[in-house]
Design a binder for this molecule. Structure first.
Ligand SMILES: Cc1cc2nc3c(=O)[nH]c(=O)nc-3n(C[C@H](O)[C@H](O)[C@H](O)COP(=O)(O)OP(=O)(O)OC[C@H]3O[C@@H](n4cnc5c(N)ncnc54)[C@H](O)[C@@H]3O)c2cc1C
Length: 491
């Protein structure tokens, strides 16, 4: 018998959650990571100047705090502490106060003017039942009868709409811009089906649990997961790029937090030609262009609510956001770009030397785009925060190539590890009931290229590990992990 029961490749939130789930079942688990540091898209580094703790990738965690997988783990005991900014999101719009998202609904409804009550009627039923909604969503679509079918059906009617159609139910241009900005996270045209559902999930998450940042940065999530994994006896090896199963220790199961491209390479002939060809047709989406800033002061937003929000979206109108997304789909850089920005220092001053700030912003660009979006991004920030450029002490700029060089899962700079289009709107990487399994009964995929897709929530890892436990190790119902999950999500 091999000394190692299961091997996990990749230490992103999904790889670590998979490793923990396997180790909780009493298995001997080893994890291999290509980078020198662990965490994939959940890391914190001094990218610019000493004392400035930047998140190179994820910073804000509406899906993390609401994740059934994370809530079933003792992450607080391993140092994870969520910090809630006053406001989850502010979306500045010209000529009037910013539209905001808060926990609860009061500030949001007040900021939406004539749309406040209609918005609340749409979102409150889902915010109130966030745990049930998360349990229904954060799973594979074809994996048996869904839990909470009535809730899911009620969500599906507005949620299945393109955001362009859902936003049209509202009168105020600010409401429409805010909802379009939420949907733009998936970098798809506003006419894409189900982008209404994307906006509704982000909004409901804000009202239910907030959009928190982890104290100290996203690395704290990784360190808590890794700390618990090690406590369970797990071993982590860094600086090891895996190119083939043959390079790994003999084991009964291999669970891979990698892109479909790397799955084909690593699995090789074991996966069979047909499956490899289907993965070869998996489509990757547009890219991000990301800048991390060290600032001498907080961002000088004109709108006071923007100074209290953890996240600020910059896209003053639906046409402007729509044009930015359309340009990217047609292979052109956006002008002006739609920006997602994050300012964790508003709630965590420990992230920068006294009085100073860390701030990140990213825009969307075509996959593999070699240009520099810095000037256009900063022009856009200056529209809503004049004087911003004067506060920049240092910046770390990463376009698509640099993002991919730092993490192989971001092919061409696609931070979602797969496009939000066609069958991939629902099914990743291919439409099968158990997308975590492959034709080789020992090999499983657990990255964001599987349901429920991108974000720091660990659910892809949890599902993949459960599949491996059931199929390879005969642990029915994934043993105690299922019991813990049930306890965490309340039935
Ligand atoms: C700029 C940016 C901003 C983001 N903002 C947010 C946010 O605010 N909130 C949020 O929830 N999400 C955000 N995301 C998305 C989020 O980071 C990802 O969806 C999430 O990290 C995916 O987790 P994962 O475990 O599937 O993969 P990853 O986190 O990408 O980890 C994969 C790991 O596997 C390793 N690996 C891959 N192939 C191999 C191999 N062959 N051998 C060895 N190791 C390998 C990689 O090095 C990497 O460490 C952001 C991403 C980016 C890039």
């Amino acid at each position: 018998m091999p000394a190692t029961d299961a091997v996990v490749v990749g230490s992103g939130p999904n790889g670590l959650t998979a490793a923990i789930t396997l180790a909780q079942a009493g298995l001997a688990v080893e994890l291999f990571e290509a980078s020198e540091g662990i965490g994939g898209g959940a890391r914190t580094d001094e990218l610019t100047l000493p004392g400035f703790a930047h998140d190179p990738c994820s910073a804000v965690h509406p899906l993390g705090i609401g994740s059934p997988a994370f809530r079933a783990l003792p992450l607080a005991e391993h140092g994870l502490r969520w910090l809630q900014p006053d406001l989850a999101l502010a979306h500045p719009v010209p000529g009037r106060p910013a539209v905001v998202l808060d926990r609860g609904f009061q500030a949001t409804v007040a900021s939406l003017g004539r749309d406040g009550h209609r918005y609340r009627r749409l979102l409150q039923p889902f915010a109130d039942r966030w745990d049930a909604l998360a349990a229904a969503f954060l799973r594979a679509p074809l994996d048996g009868f869904p839990p909470h079918p009535a809730l899911l059906a009620a969500f599906g009617v507005p949620g299945g709409l393109p955001i362009s159609a859902l936003a049209a139910f509202f009168k105020e241009s600010g409401t429409r811009a805010m909802l379009s900005g939420l949907a733009a996270h998936v970098i798809a045209p506003l006419s894409t089906p189900a982008t209404g559902g994307v906006a509704m999930v982000f909004a409901a998450a804000a009202h239910a649990n907030g959009w928190p940042v982890p104290a100290g940065g996203s690395q704290s999530i990784t360190d808590a997961l890794a700390g618990y994994f090690r406590l369970l006896g797990g071993k982590i090896h860094t600086g090891t790029l895996v190119r083939s199963i043959d390079e790994l220790p003999p084991a009964r199961a291999y669970v891979l937090d990698v892109s479909p491209r790397d799955l084909v390479t690593i699995g090789g002939h074991r996966l069979g030609r047909k499956y490899a060809a289907r993965l070869g047709r998996y489509s990757y989406g547009p890219a991000a262009f990301k800048i991390d800033y060290a600032l001498s002061e907080p961002v000088p937003w004109l709108d006071p609510d923007c100074r209290r929000a953890g996240t600020v979206h910059i896209g003053p109108s639906v046409p402007e956001i729509g044009n930015a997304l359309k340009a990217v789909q047609h292979g052109r850089p956006p002008n002006p770009p739609f920006l997602i920005t994050s300012q964790p220092t508003v709630v965590d001053p420990s992230r920068a030397p006294e009085g100073k700030s860390v701030f990140w912003a990213y825009g969307h660009v075509p996959a593999g785009w070699p240009g520099d979006l810095t000037t256009l991004m900063e022009k856009q920030i200056e529209r809503f925060a004049p004087g911003f450029r004067d506060l920049v002490l240092a910046r770390s700029v990463r376009g698509p190539a640099a993002l991919e060089a730092a993490n192989r899962n971001y092919l061409g700079g696609d931070i979602a590890c797969g496009a939000f289009r066609g069958t991939q709107l629902l099914f990743r990487p291919i439409p099968v009931p158990v997308p975590y399994a492959t034709p080789d009964p020992r090999i499983f995929l657990c990255s964001a290229a599987t349901p429920p897709g991108p974000g720091v929530h660990g659910m892809c890892g949890w599902h993949a590990a459960r599949t491996a436990l059931r199929r390879v190790f005969g642990v029915s119902g994934a043993g105690m992990t299922r019991a813990r999950m049930t306890e965490a999500i309340g039935g």
